[in-house]
Design a binder for this molecule. Sequence first.
Ligand code: GDP
Length: 295
Amino acid sequence: MFEDLSSKLEKAFQSLKGEAKISDVNIAETVREIRRALLDADVNYEVAKEFTNKVKDRAMGEDVLTAVNPGQQFTKIVYDEMVTIFGQEREDIEVAHTPPTVILIAGLQGSGKTTFSAKLAKYLKEENNRNPILAAADVYRPAAINQLKTLAESISTPVYSIEQKDAVRVAKEAVSMAKSLALDTVIIDTAGRMHVDEKMMNEVAEIKEAVQPNETLFVVDSMTGQDAVNTAKEFNERINYDGVVLTKLDGDTRGGAALSIKTVVEKPIKFVSTGEKLDALSPFYPDRMAQRILG
Ligand code: GDP
C-alpha cells in the first residue's frame, strides 16, 4: 500500500538527515521534494500545495531550526500535517437510537460496493455484536444480487431481495423486515454505473429520501486517484453522504485519493478495504495511516 509515495518521501527526508546543519535553504529543498512526491502520487494540486506550505511555515519557524534533533522534528511536522489532512480522529458510523440502524451504500459499478456491504455486515457482527440484514437494491443486475447472496451466505447473514426492479421498494421492505425480525442493522447495497449519471443519482437520492438512513457511505476505488476524488465530489453534491470507504488499497501504490479526499470533499474516510476477502476491511485511523506512509 502506497509504496511509491513512502519511498519518495523517505528519499526527501534522507537528504535533510544527511546535512550537518539544517538551514532554511535545505528545508526549502526538502519541502520541494515532498511536494513533487505528493504530485507524483496523484495528490490533488491544491492539497499538495497547502500541505507543503504548512510544513514549510512550521519548519521555518523556530520548530526545526532550533531543535535538538532537527531531522526528527521535521519528520514529526510532516506526520502531524498528514494526520490533519486525513481528518485527525477516527470517525465511526452513526447508530440509530431506535433500531434498526440503516446504512446506505453508494458508488460506481466495480468500486467494491457489494463486497464492502458484506464486509461491513461481517465486521458489525463480529466487532459490534450486531445482527444485520443486507438489502439487494442493485436490482438491475441479477449477477449482483447473486453475488450478494453468496457473500451473505458465507457469513450467515440474511439478504432481502425481490423479483421486481424497484430499488426503493427493496430498501423500504428490508427496513420493515428488520423491524419484524428484530434485526438491528440494515445495509442497503445500491446499483452503480460505470460513470456518474442522472438516473443512478436519482435512484440513490430516492432511496435515501424513502428510508432516511442513519449513515450513507460512498464507496470508491482508491486506485483511480483524482478520478476517485472527482467522483466523490459529484456524489457528495448530489446525495450529501456521511463518509467515504476507500477500496482496493492493496493495489494502490500512490495514495493520491486517500490524501486528497477529506480536504476536497470535507467528508471523513470511515473504512478502508485492502483485498477481496471478507476480512480485508479496517476502520480508518488517520494516525495509523500517516505512520504507515512515513514508515
Ligand atoms: P460493485 O460493482 O461496486 O458492487 O463492486 P464489487 O463488490 O462487485 O467489486 C468489484 C471487484 O473488485 C470484485 O472483483 C471484488 O472482488 C474486487 N474488490 C472489492 N474490494 C476490493 C479490495 O479492497 N481489493 C481488491 N484487490 N479487490 C477488491
